[in-house]
Design a protein around this ligand. Structure first.
Ligand SMILES: Cc1ncc(COP(=O)(O)O)c(C=O)c1O
Length: 384
């Protein structure tokens, strides 16, 4: 058992008390542990069946314990978006930590090297520019230990990654030649494809990008460059990328929680989404004096606002909608004739976009059925 940390918030005394889910002090970030476990098992089974490895992305949960569950289910490591997340994961004892964004500025390179020195179970980072590659080579040389790098390509996305194939080859060759670095392979994450609402379009565009990537990899390998790792994919394409047999591992993140946006996209073309909602925000009714709606205590500071509206789930009359009503408040709009939830009633909402919603909360409230069973910190909350 891991040690409980201090600062678990106002609900700590409710842990283990039957029925405590509906007595939580709100706003509260809730994880349905049964659904989380099923999602982790479902992705592990899908990857095994497809013959591809998993290095799930911790940018979604920022939690050492949840990363540990993913590794226990067979993942070979954990991806991180920020150096701060990687510090939390390495120091939490996780293996195979890979940083999926370039680490560039001198203070961050210094922190990366300090982490590299203590990362006994493996650390790698992407690189997409010769200057950054040279800086990492110098720093890792001084650290006396080669640093593993993946060259970032990011086909079609354009956020990070080499601009073209010629640059990819140049960087791969430079990484192989660099004494302080160990070239491990290529990262190609297509963030622009993950949330395409229609599965058929998502599939066609994913396979087209992978065909292009596959051609580049063939040319790299034909020129004598070994590429052991090809890392990419997200929840939206988890079952499409393996069709092309090009990626060696999937960096999937959101599947563990599922949000409003991903539930819609992954339902398309299927009877049900392959993963369940495991993340909710619980909110209390704090004002009932206006006609047609009640006011709740979860607003802009509790939900990410870059996606669709939060979707009322448990505790809200069917057909009700949630709208933001300011920093601290939300508006539960009731359908005509629906009973008005009383003052103090607690309802739960599916989150619009899971990753940035998690980052607004200090702790997860783990529930099984209607009982709070534990509280876990969001370890890397706000860690850059
Ligand atoms: C580089 C990278 N890989 C993987 C993922 C995981 O994607 P998802 O949460 O859609 O599964 C992300 C998410 O933004 C990402 O930025």
């Amino acid at each position: 058992m891991m040690r409980r940390m201090a600062g678990l918030g106002p609900n700590e005394a409710l842990i283990g008390r039957a029925g405590s889910r509906s007595a939580l002090d709100t706003p509260a970030l809730i994880v349905d542990l049964d659904a989380l476990e099923r999602n982790i098992a479902a992705m592990a089974a899908a990857a095994r069946a497809a013959g591809v490895a998993l290095r799930p992305h911790a940018k979604t949960h920022k939690s050492v314990r949840i990363a540990g569950m993913q590794v226990a289910a067979g993942a070979l490591g954990i991806c991180c978006a920020t150096l701060g997340e990687a510090e939390a994961m390495v120091d939490g004892g996780l293996p195979g930590v890979h940083i999926t964004s370039p680490v560039v500025t001198p203070p961050k390179v210094a922190r990366l090297m300090a982490l590299h020195r203590r990362a006994e179970r493996g650390l790698s980072v992407v690189v997409d520019h010769p200057e950054n590659l040279a800086a990492l080579d110098r720093a890792a040389g001084a650290a006396g230990r080669p640093l593993a790098v993946l060259v970032d390509f990011s086909a079609g996305h354009g956020r990070t990654g080499c601009a073209d194939e010629a640059e990819l080859v140049r960087l791969a060759r430079a990484a192989i030649a660099a004494e302080g670095l160990e070239f491990r392979g290529i990262q190609s994450y297509s963030g622009n494809l993950q949330h395409i609402a229609r599965r058929a379009e998502r599939r066609a565009r994913t396979l087209a990008e992978l065909e292009r990537l596959g051609g580049m990899l063939r040319r790299l390998r034909d020129s004598g460059i070994a590429v052991p790792i090809v890392s990419g994919a997200g929840t939206g394409t988890f079952d499409l990328d393996p069709e092309a047999r090009i990626l060696t591992e999937l960096q999937v993140g959101s599947y563990i929680f599922m949000d409003v946006d991903y539930l819609r996209a992954l339902k398309d073309g299927r009877n049900a989404a392959p993963f369940e909602t495991a993340l909710f925000v619980a909110t209390s009714v704090v004002s009932v004096n206006a006609p047609g709606y009640v006011t709740c205590d979860a607003g802009l500071k509790c939900f990410a606002t870059d996606g669709p509206a939060p979707e009322p789930a448990a505790g809200a009359p069917p057909g009700s909608r949630y709208e933001f009503f300011g920093d601290e408040h939300g508006k539960l709009i009731l359908p005509p004739g629906a009973p008005r939830p009383p003052l103090g009633a607690i309802l739960e909402c599916v989150t619009p976009h899971c990753d940035p919603t998690v980052n607004l909360h200090d702790v997860y409230h783990l529930v099984r059925g209607d009982t709070l069973v534990d509280i876990w910190p969001v370890d890397a909350r706000g860690k850059r």
